[in-house]
Design a protein around this ligand. Structure first.
Ligand SMILES: NC(=O)c1ccc[n+]([C@@H]2O[C@H](COP(=O)([O-])OP(=O)(O)OC[C@H]3O[C@@H](n4cnc5c(N)ncnc54)[C@H](OP(=O)(O)O)[C@@H]3O)[C@@H](O)[C@H]2O)c1
Length: 373
């Protein structure tokens, strides 16, 4: 008999929540029952899932009885408050927020990079920051082939990264601007139409880095298991509705050419090369929207490094998908295949399952071993 988990979505009415539903459908993720959870504001409203009308319930500590998988995308405070109750009820939490990402007891997983870490979970598995995922999916196979010692990264982040209200604000403020009406920003602190601004997370007064930038730096080191990698990040919100883009320059330990990078990325999981110099056609958020891969192009030598160790490129990815919902569903698919011990209360000790393999294992390093130079 096939196993079909009971799935709860905390934050089902949000931008990521909608993509959880669509992604589960698209990938035919097995679901015995779906619990749709959001704030008290949404309780009693309905969503449609596989021909069924499901009534949204208010998220409480009692929401998780009988739940196998709890997908959280309702902000870090909500994750912190309600995840322990979900874990206690026997669910595995897959959390899109930043609440647990840097907790040493919580695996921080991009399946194309470190799927094996899923087995180590103690009830919670974290999905990395969307800007980090967008950069790391293509950087990882390069790092494996020729260690990256330094990265400089600038983001061009879409409104969708801020959730449904920010997307709506971009649309409404653009319309107001075109009609010559005044518009008072509500969801974000700055005028958004025909403007861009430094990422709207808190800025550390000492370092000058905002939270988004700090997340990318710390999470990269945790996922790559490389504390030495030097990273400089500038995160900027641009008036694009959906899908983040990034200009990335990286320096490797050994010389590397643009041809090396193309050859490595040609077979990399989750990557699609879009790099047509003749047509001046490169990754764009409009092409990345609604599809799963990180688009990579403008692959070229960094002329500021005469040693030939550095490459620049430009990437775009749908951060509601690969940066959030898709990455979470990929984790759920992998963890689910490891049943029957997937449910919290049935989970065995880690040592009893280290020899087992997960899909993507051929793309990852063995558990507990460092990347080999
Ligand atoms: N957007 C992205 O690209 C992205 C990428 C990676 C990670 N994330 C993370 O995913 C989470 C959600 O992002 P989003 O973009 O989907 O935001 P969003 O569109 O603003 O949606 C927020 C969701 O959280 C729910 N919620 C808020 N407070 C709640 C509470 N106290 N109890 C229960 N539910 C509550 C909302 O329910 P109501 O409708 O009832 O208010 C809504 O369903 C955030 O933690 C974000 O950092 C987002």
């Amino acid at each position: 008999m096939s196993y079909e988990p009971v799935v709860a979505i905390a934050g089902v009415t949000g931008a990521v929540g909608a993509e959880f539903i669509a992604t589960m459908d698209r990938r035919a993720f097995p679901v015995r029952k779906l619990k749709a959870l959001a704030s008290a504001r949404s309780a009693g409203k309905t969503i449609d899932f596989r021909g069924e009308r499901i009534v949204i319930e208010e998220l409480t500590e009692k929401s998780f009885e009988g739940v196998d998988i709890a997908l959280f995308s309702a902000g870090s405070g909500t994750s912190r408050k309600f995840s322990p109750a979900a874990v206690k009820a026997g669910a595995v939490v897959i959390d899109n927020s930043s609440a647990f990402r840097m907790d040493p007891n919580v695996p921080l997983v991009i399946p194309e990079i470190n799927a094996g870490r899923i087995r180590e979970h103690k009830g919670i598995i974290a999905v990395p920051n969307c800007s980090a995922i967008t950069a790391l999916v293509p950087l990882w196979p390069i790092h494996k082939a020729n260690r990256i010692k330094r990265v400089i990264l600038s983001t061009y982040q879409a409104a969708s990264g801020g959730g449904a209200a920010v997307m709506q604000e971009l649309v409404e403020s653009t319309r107001a601007h075109l009609e010559g009406r005044a518009f008072q920003p509500k969801a974000i602190p700055h005028p958004y139409a025909f403007n861009l601004f430094s990422h709207n997370t808190a800025v550390d007064p000492e370092t000058g880095y905002n939270d988004e930038e700090t997340k990318v730096i710390k999470e990269t080191r945790k996922i790559f298991e490389d504390e030495r990698i030097a990273i400089g990040v500038t995160c900027v919100r641009v008036p694009v509705l959906r899908a983040h883009s990034e200009a990335i320059t990286f320096e490797c330990e050994r010389p590397i050419t643009e041809h090396d990078v193309r050859a490595i990325l040609a077979n990399a999981p989750g990557v699609k090369i879009v790099d047509d110099r003749a047509k001046n056609y490169f990754p764009m958020p409009i092409d990345a929207s609604g599809q799963d891969d990180v688009l990579v192009g403008r692959i070229r030598r960094d002329l500021s490094d005469a040693s030939g160790h550095s490459i620049s490129m430009f990437v775009s990815a749908d951060q509601l998908l690969k940066g959030a919902a898709l990455n979470a569903i990929q984790i759920a698919e992998l963890a689910q295949r490891e049943r029957p011990w997937f449910r919290g209360r049935l989970r065995p000790k880690l040592t009893s399952c280290r020899h087992r393999t997960l899909p993507y294992d051929n793309a990852i390093h063995p558990i507990h071993s460092r990347w080999q130079q």
